[in-house]
Write a protein that binds this ligand. Structure first.
Ligand code: URA
Length: 192
């Protein structure tokens, strides 16, 4: 195991034992995140749902199956990317994570995970993830458009959960997904 993998494993251990906010009281399992620790792309959701809380794995329920399909549509799999969430413990009854929960969790864990992985592109899924990184943007106005903010490139996408039962949202999410390889290609060309 290399140093990055070891440090991420250390952080995952801290997350599993975390008691920094009230979400620890109702969780079954914390969900640190999983995937390729040297990925070019990191996907960030809102927080674990019921299946994720039961299994400790991010996006392993219905939204996750759609995410897998969308990844496949751009010739990627979970082994190619890293997937995690703004909050690592399930909010009770799937309520929105509260501002203090998002702040303490993301600044203590998510930001450190990203500093270690150093992805070329951060894909935010839904408004909570977008809001942690770039304040005051409306997802309806910026989805699918790469944004550079404080030296990092972001692509804001709608959350797969909203696309599950809404065909036009699903179409939009699919089209936005096709921008991921386009952005990566452009970044690779700029690096040359
Ligand atoms: N929704 C999320 O935002 N994250 C998960 O891990 C699963 C569902």
């Amino acid at each position: 195991m290399d140093a990055v993998a070891a440090e991420l494993q250390e952080i995952a251990g801290q997350i599993r034992q975390c008691t920094l906010c009230r979400l620890c009281e109702s969780r079954t399992n914390a969900v640190p995140g999983s995937g390729n620790v040297h990925a070019d792309v990191v996907f960030i959701g809102e927080g674990p749902g019921k299946s994720e809380d039961e299994q400790g794995i991010p996006f392993c329920g219905a939204s996750g199956r759609l995410l897998d399909t969308l990844l496949g549509s751009i010739q990627l799999s979970r082994q190619d990317v890293f997937i995690t969430n703004v909050v690592k413990c399930r909010p009770p009854a799937n309520r929105d994570p509260l501002p203090d929960e998002k702040d303490i969790c993301a600044t203590t864990y998510l930001d450190k995970q990203l500093a270690l992985i150093q992805p070329k592109l951060i894909v935010t899924l839904g408004r909570h993830a977008l809001g942690h990184f770039i304040p005051n943007l409306k997802i309806s106005e910026v989805h699918g458009q790469p944004k550079r903010y404080r030296g990092q490139i972001y692509l804001a996408l709608y959350h797969p959960a909203v696309a599950l039962y809404n065909g036009s949202m699903r179409q939009t999410l699919q089209e936005d997904f096709y921008n991921i390889p386009r952005v990566l290609k452009k970044l690779a060309q700029e690096e040359r």
